[in-house]
Design a protein around this ligand. Sequence first.
Ligand code: THU
Length: 141
Amino acid sequence: MKKVRKGVEEEQIRRLIGEACKARRRAYAPYSRFRVGAAVLSKDGRVFVGCNVENASYGLTVCAERVAIGNAITQGAREFVAIAVVYSARREAVPCGACRQVLREFGGEMYVISATTRGKYRVRRLSDLLPGSFGGEELRE
Ligand code: THU
């Protein structure tokens, strides 16, 4: 039987972490030297990756998660099951608040796989990381 952790198959988790680690190696982070990788899994089983892209005008920096989502949307994926985020720290990687909101647009219940570069990880629901969130439904009231 396939091992499932909180609704995501272990195999998918490993695949996403692996892809996020590969993407992280391509991070453009000459200012912070803090490299981040992300890999998002769409409902149809495709994986899209992103890394952080910094800028000399610091505020223009884009996080790895948002690059991954932009990449996925560009290729026609709209619904996501899970995202893995990887950086090198003692604690497993978490998406920043802005990225949580961007992820929420495309799947409030998606799983967020927080990983370290050494493969340690934890799985949480986005709705637990961003409770009581704002979404498009609000605008249609
Ligand atoms: N960063 C991400 O890519 N994702 C996050 O969720 C947190 C922060 C990047 C932005 C910047 O290039 C570097 O990490 C330091 O903040």
